[in-house]
Design a protein around this ligand. Structure first.
Ligand SMILES: O=C(O)CCC(=O)C(=O)O
Ligand SMILES: [Fe+2]
Length: 340
């Protein structure tokens, strides 16, 4: 529980079971959350698949991976294994962040969906033996998120009356190869006197992020707000946010939302684990507004990137050593007036 007196993000809770039944009130609340906040809780209880055991296994996997010796993890360095950073380990401090030296304060381990699900001949992806021991859980996790993604994107496509032949699902087909990833995170503890934001404020680059954590620390800056608010973890719910992908596919009608992770006021940052499934559009998707009279027109001079190109750009801006000055808009989706 977050301590009393902190500003808490007032997010909608959307029920997955009702979305799957095409309940119109639930669909409407989802649409509003995506237009206003770019963040919502997805209540994943009451669906016919029991998901709690899978989440417990995923938390176990996080702990086991991060307890490997550093040299073992570095054998799978993400910057060496894959140009799109779809597989492998990022050590502490390699990204731009809010700690001394402009460094980040977290490790990540990324696992590719195509590898886990055996798509695009990726099943032999390089990985430490511990990943194999959890392969069943990873597959169940990916399958469950695919159900949640399909329900969410179908519901939004219907609410926005997108044409059947080109809606959000056209570019997020459940059994197609895609740059989706599962990302395990470990934030490192900091002493009270060295408080700082471990994670630079950013919007996610893909379409939807399904985040799981049992510990506080996540803050959001809602699109029309100038105050950071804290996101309270809720048992039985995924914290879902829209990335730049959904904003680009709707010319900004749906919002991606800035977020970051840091210590609670007056407290030292504890070790914190989270994991997320990042849904991204298939590589060749043109990242521009789909056909919908509600979406604002696109500035005709604006270059349209494919999803693959967009991923590459954002990664360069994240890394401390490839980041160029004045590239913060890529991280923050154009907001440069960030409050402390
Ligand atoms: O750990 C968290 O709460 C947030 C993680 C996050 O923002 C990300 O992985 O993009
Ligand atoms: Fe994020």
């Amino acid at each position: 529980m977050l301590p009393h007196g902190l500003p808490i993000a007032q997010l909608q809770t959307v029920r997955l079971d009702l979305l799957r039944e095409c309940n119109s009130n639930e669909a409407q609340r989802l649409l509003e959350a995506c237009q206003r906040d770019g963040f919502f809780y997805l209540d994943i209880r009451n669906v016919d698949v029991d998901f709690t055991g899978v989440l417990d296994r995923m938390y176990e996997l996080c702990r086991e991976i991060y307890s490997l010796p550093l040299d073992d993890k570095l054998l799978y360095d993400v910057d060496k294994l894959s140009s799109l950073k779809l597989n492998g380990y990022k050590p502490l401090g390699r990204n731009f962040g809010g700690l001394p030296g402009k460094k980040d304060g977290f490790e990540t381990y990324t696992i590719p969906k195509d590898g886990v699900m055996g798509l695009d001949c990726q099943d032999a992806f390089l990985r430490p033996p511990v990943v194999d021991r959890f392969m069943d859980a990873l597959q169940d996790f990916a399958r469950f998120i695919s159900i949640a993604t399909t329900s969410t994107l179908n519901s939004l496509s219907t609410s926005l009356e997108l044409p059947q032949e080109e809606n959000f699902m056209t570019y997020h087909r459940p059994s197609a190869a895609s740059p989706d990833i599962i990302r395990l995170l470990k934030y490192h503890a900091q002493p009270l006197e060295e408080r700082g934001v471990l994670h630079t404020p950013h919007t996610d680059l893909g379409s939807l992020t399904f985040l799981f954590t049992r510990q506080p620390g996540l803050q959001i800056l809602a699109p029309d707000s100038d105050q950071w608010t804290w996101v309270e973890p809720k048992e039985g719910c995924a914290i879902v946010n829209l990335g730049d992908g959904m904003s680009l596919l709707t010319n900004g009608f749906l919002r991606s939302c800035l977020h970051r992770v840091g210590p609670l006021p007056d407290e030292a940052m504890p070790t914190r684990y989270s994991f997320a499934y990042l849904v991204r559009a298939e590589d060749q998707t043109p990242m521009t507004g789909l056909k919908c009279p509600l979406f604002p027109p696109l500035d005709p001079g604006k270059k349209v990137f494919t999803s693959g190109e967009w991923l590459k750009q954002k990664f360069q801006a994240v890394r401390l050593n490839t980041r160029k000055e004045n590239e913060d808009w890529i991280l923050t989706g154009n907001r440069d007036d960030l409050p402390a």
